[in-house]
Design a binder for this molecule. Structure first.
Ligand code: SF4
Length: 359
């Protein structure tokens, strides 16, 4: 393994030497961001390559208005808000789910099925499941809606804020950050959507895409392949996680997503609306749609905490340490923006593993 790592590092170095400008590669998801730090990969990269963290941490991109919409139900004693734990500290405009726990009944769940079981356990309450995440978690939300319909559970619904990766990548390239040269694509999302989903990014935008797992060798070989493609001037789609990622993904998971959800405009914190990047329940399942049931909506929030630059971090426009609040007013104990909340948020990862990125 050491030999393969060394070969990949040397190949990357040679490719970077052959290009007379810095290479900017975006690792789309937070799992890659953390894995790259954890394996110490940044410390062995040649100076000609720069990694940019992307918008692939579900907690980080959940808009403030979504949290506020959920919190608008907080004072009702007939409602249980069920959420994944890392959503607790995501700030809304004034409060978070954590700070409202004294007023609201907020339950942390480990899975969507846990939320459904709460509904069965408390028939006199309505359980509202806060459904966030990318294609990796969307099928599990679809399954609990399916189960709730089958069981006739009327006291269960979801506030859906699921998002999809490809429209976000395309929006970044179209509007936000045209200096991104290539993408390291997330292995777990790709298990669902398939490697071929990135084909338009390669063919329409001319950016190499490599689907990679989360081991050091997979990441380093992926980066070397990207750099070699850039040297050759031939962007390619490569799947280096072929053991689990197929060209077309998981057909059963894709089918159940398609059955229960349809595309809508997604609201991304700090970025705004990305057309077609969100998912909402189809009309025939509207009885399980928490937004519809309680007359709630998400709107683009313009009230981010003063000085917080999460939007720029999520677009790869700045490093976390470029934010003036990083490591000072904003730290994991006192997060100001969502990128410092989740363990997979770029700011939290930079703080934990290097603080200023010069590790
Ligand atoms: Fe936002 Fe904190 Fe990151 Fe600054 S350091 S961008 S305030 S999360």
């Amino acid at each position: 393994m050491q030999q393969r790592l060394q070969q990949a590092r040397v190949a990357l170095e040679h490719a970077c030497d052959a290009i007379d400008r810095p290479i900017h590669v975006m690792e789309v998801c937070g799992t890659h961001t953390v894995a790259i730090f954890r394996h110490g990969i940044r410390s062995i990269l040649p100076p000609g390559i720069k990694l940019l963290s992307g918008p692939g941490c579900p907690v980080c991109v959940t808009d403030q208005s979504y949290i506020d919409a959920a919190l608008s139900l907080a004072e009702r004693d007939d409602i249980i808000l069920a959420t994944y734990g890392d959503m607790l500290r995501v700030p809304g405009e004034r409060e978070s789910l954590e700070t409202c726990q004294g007023v609201a009944e907020v339950r942390v769940v480990l899975s969507s099925d846990d939320a459904l079981q709460l509904a069965r356990q408390y028939p006199d309450k309505t359980v509202v499941f806060l459904a966030v995440g990318f294609e990796t978690t969307t099928p599990a939300t679809a399954v609990v809606v399916q189960d709730a319909a089958r069981l006739g559970l009327e006291n269960f619904c979801v506030m859906c804020s699921h998002k999809t990766v490809i429209p976000a990548i395309e929006a970044l390239l179209s509007q936000k950050n045209d200096r991104i040269d290539a993408f390291l694509c997330p292995g777990h999302v790709s298990v669902i959507i398939g490697a071929e989903a990135y084909r338009p990014v390669v063919e329409d935008f001319g950016r190499p895409c490599v689907v990679a797992g989360f081991e050091a060798i997979q990441i380093l070989e992926g980066l070397a392949a990207i750099a070699q493609d850039l040297v050759a001037g031939k962007p390619q789609l490569r799947n280096q996680y072929g053991a689990v990622v197929t060209p077309d993904g998981n057909p059963a998971a894709r089918a159940i997503i398609d059955e229960y959800f349809e595309a809508c405009d997604g609201i991304w914190r700090g970025i705004g609306v990305i057309p077609g990047s969100g998912l909402k329940l189809r009309d025939k399942y509207q009885q399980f749609d928490g937004f519809a049931r309680f007359g709630l909506s998400e709107t683009v929030s313009d009230k981010a905490a003063r000085g917080c630059r999460c939007g720029e971090v999520l677009c790869g426009l700045i490093d976390p340490s470029d934010c003036g609040l990083f490591g000072k007013a904003c730290n994991p104990q006192h997060p100001i923006g969502p990128c410092m909340v989740s363990s997979e948020g770029a700011c939290a990862a930079w703080f934990k593993y290097g603080r200023h990125g010069h590790e």
